[in-house]
Design a protein around this ligand. Sequence first.
Ligand SMILES: C[S@@+](CC[C@H](N)C(=O)[O-])C[C@H]1O[C@@H](n2cnc3c(N)ncnc32)[C@H](O)[C@@H]1O
Length: 375
Amino acid sequence: MDGALPEPGPDALAASRALLGRIGAELASAGNWISFARYMQLALYEPELGYYAGGSAKLGAPGDFVTAPETGTLFARTLARQVREILAPGEAVLEFGAGSGALAAALLDALPADTPYLILEPSAELAARQRARLRGRAVWLERLPPRFRGVMLANEVLDAMPVHAVSWTREGIAERGVCANEGALAWRERPAAGALLVAARAIDIELPPSGRYESELGLAGRAWIGALAGVLDSGAILIVDYGFPAREYYHPQRSMGTLMCHYRHRAHGDPFYLPGLQDITAHVDFSALAQAAVDAGLDVLGYASLASFLIECGITELLAETDPDDVSRYAPLAAQANLLLSPAEMGELFKVLAVGRRVQRPLAGFTRGDRSHTL
Ligand SMILES: C[S@@+](CC[C@H](N)C(=O)[O-])C[C@H]1O[C@@H](n2cnc3c(N)ncnc32)[C@H](O)[C@@H]1O
């Protein structure tokens, strides 16, 4: 890794050392090996010390990364058009992993005033921030409700779920886990087994000339969508995130996988750097998610690039509501539109997947540009 990442302060370093202590204790009691998914769970969600559980800024300019809702309200106002189309009177919105609460705040302004807005947020620290921002306009849940009708939303949530790390070689399929080695965390492989081996075998991997292919497998994301399907009586789940269909995700040229770490707006590939202080993410395999949804009895309602989805929802009409000569109001909106729509920014890498039950098709966002057939 390039050694030029900014230095954390003494409190942050102490928190990271405390988390390393907990990871070390777990390794010691587990024969010096834990799965990468378990490591990611600890690094991101361990109470008080994990990246999402701790007190660092995370989102926006003072944090480590910027998400679409953090750039302004244009994303939420456009998304609201799709949400309004699906919602029947009295139905609710359930947002997963609401971050700073920016998406909720802007959506609430754009939805009918009596729309119930529920949030399920595993990070106590982020939930506290959301409560302060939304001031009673939402209800926070500890777990999935027993039944649900309406729209479930997950923006950049799937990329933050723990993934398993796998390597494919001519010798077979191995699970890449984590061990302690001379006082530092390091990768260690062992033969893949159980559900992971079954899932890894089902992927069509073409080995590169090096004879080794590494990537990630999102078993947690598949289980998550199955759980949502179990409570969704009618309505849609809208998933917005960066990722690809399986054919591109496991493309021969992507032989080093998709793991990515974010620390103070620098991206790098070392997940063992300062655990608890940096975000760790993997791209989303949308084919696997869609298949898990179908296996759980849901319909695929649409799959498109973020740019296509937002254009079909009418982002340009929203933009046209502001006079371009009113530069102080128009320029920030144009900048948001560029970020959301440009293929060099979020427009093409980010996708929208909609799955659901008892929903009329086509949904507005997928009238044109639907790529469900590529999943
Ligand atoms: C990258 S942040 C995105 C935050 C926000 N949605 C945004 O776009 O700004 C990831 C969020 O997903 C949440 N998260 C992770 N796993 C989750 C799960 N299983 N259910 C709900 N939220 C989850 C995290 O706590 C965090 O709030």
